[in-house]
Design a protein around this ligand. Structure first.
Ligand code: ATP
Ligand code: MG
Length: 280
C-alpha cells in the first residue's frame, strides 16, 4: 500500500526577525496519513519552530525569513490562510497559556467551534464530550488562568481536539507535567491515532515516546539529523549522545552488552530486555 503524504516539508529554512543565524536549516520530511510521528531533540534544536511551520503560523504570523515550502494536504502554507490550515492541522502549543484566552474551560473549548460556524448548543455538546473524554469535565467552569500546568495543557488539548483535526500536532511541555498526566496525554494521542488521526508529538520523553511512535525524527540545530523507527534510530546511539540526548536506559544497557548478549533487535522496554536476557 502506498503511503499518503499529508505534510511535506521541503527544504525549509527559517530565521526569526531577531535571529542572526538560520534556526531551521534545510528541513525535509514527509508526514504520512495515520502515522504517529515523534519529534525529539535537545532544547533549542528547532522543534517548536518546525511545528509552527506545520500550520502556517510561520510564515503568516511570525515574521522573519522563510524559504522552501510546506505543503499540507497538497496546499502550500504560504498561499493558504491560517484559519483554513487550522481546520486541517490542530496545534497544541508548548506554552498552553498562549492558547487559553476565555474565562472558562468550557467556553475555551467552544470558541474554535463557534468560530467555525457551529451553533452554541452544538458546540456545547461537543465541548462537553471532549472534556469528558479527557477526564477533565470537573474543570469545565474553572477559569484557565487558575489551572495547574498539566490541567492547562489538557484544556488546550481539548480545545484543539474538539475540532476533530485530521492532523494533531502536540508540542509538549513535559516539564510542567507529572508522569501520570504525561502518560494520559500519550494514551490519548494513541487513541486518536487509532481512530485515524495523524499525530505529531514533540516530547523530551524519548523513553516513553518510543513506546508510542511509529517513527521518530531527531532534530538537531535546525536539521533533521535522523529519522526512522525507534529501533533503527537507536542503532545510532553515538549521534544521540553527541547531541545531548539519552536513549532509553534499557536500550543503552543492551548496546553496552552486545558482546555478552545475543541482541538481534534492540530492546525498547523492560519486557523486551527480559526476553533478550532469558535467551542469552
Ligand atoms: N520568537 C523567537 N525569536 C527569536 N528566536 C527564537 C524565537 N523562538 C525561538 N527562537 C530561537 O530559535 C531556536 C529554536 O527554538 P525552538 O523553540 O524551536 O526550540 P525547541 O527545539 O522547541 O526547544 P525546547 O525543547 O526547549 O522547546 C532557539 O535558538 C531559540 O532561541
Ligand atoms: Mg519547543
Amino acid at each position: 500500500m502506498t503511503k499518503e503524504v499529508v505534510i511535506s516539508v521541503r527544504n525549509v529554512q527559517y530565521k526569526y526577525p531577531t535571529s542572526r543565524d538560520w534556526v531551521l536549516r534545510g528541513i525535509n520530511i514527509d508526514v504520512y496519513r495515520g502515522e504517529f510521528l515523534g519529534i525529539v531533540g535537545a532544547t533549542g534544536a528547532g522543534k517548536t519552530t518546525l511545528c509552527q511551520c506545520f500550520n502556517g503560523l510561520i510564515p503568516h504570523y511570525t515574521q522573519g525569513t522563510f524559504e522552501g515550502a510546506v505543503l499540507v494536504e497538497g496546499r502550500d502554507t504560504r498561499e493558504t490562510d491560517v484559519a483554513d490550515l487550522s481546520m486541517l492541522v490542530g496545534l497544541v502549543f508548548q506554552d498552553a497559556d498562549a492558547q487559553l484566552v476565555m474565562s472558562s474551560v468550557l467556553e475555551e473549548v467552544m470558541l474554535g467551534l463557534t468560530m467555525r460556524g457551529m451553533s452554541t448548543n452544538e458546540a456545547k455538546v461537543r465541548a462537553r464530550q471532549t472534556l469528558e473524554s479527557l477526564g477533565i469535565s470537573h474543570l469545565s467552569n474553572r477559569p484557565p488562568y487558575a489551572l495547574s500546568g498539566g490541567q492547562k495543557q489538557r484544556a488546550a488539548i481539548a480545545a484543539v481536539m474538539a475540532m476533530h483535526p485530521d492532523i494533531l500536532v502536540l508540542d509538549e511541555a513535559t516539564s510542567e507535567l507529572d508522569s501520570l498526566t504525561v502518560h494520559r496525554i500519550f494514551d490519548l494521542c494513541r487513541r486518536l491515532n487509532e481512530a485515524g488521526a495523524t499525530i505529531i508529538l514533540v516530547s523530551h520523553e524519548v523513553e516513553l515516546l518510543c513506546q508510542y511512535a511509529d517513527r521518530l525524527a531527531l532534530v538537531d540545530a535546525g536539521h533533521i539529523l535522523l529519522e526512522g523507527s525507534p529501533r533503527e534510530l537507536f542503532q545510532q546511539a553515538e549521534l544521540f549522545h553527541q547531541v545531548g540526548m539519552r536513549l532509553p536506559q534499557v536500550t543503552d544497557l543492551a548496546l553496552s552488552l552486545t558482546n555478552q548478549l545475543q541482541v538481534k533487535s534492540l530492546p525498547l522496554n523492560v519486557e523486551e530486555t527480559k526476553a533478550i536476557l532469558a535467551a542469552s
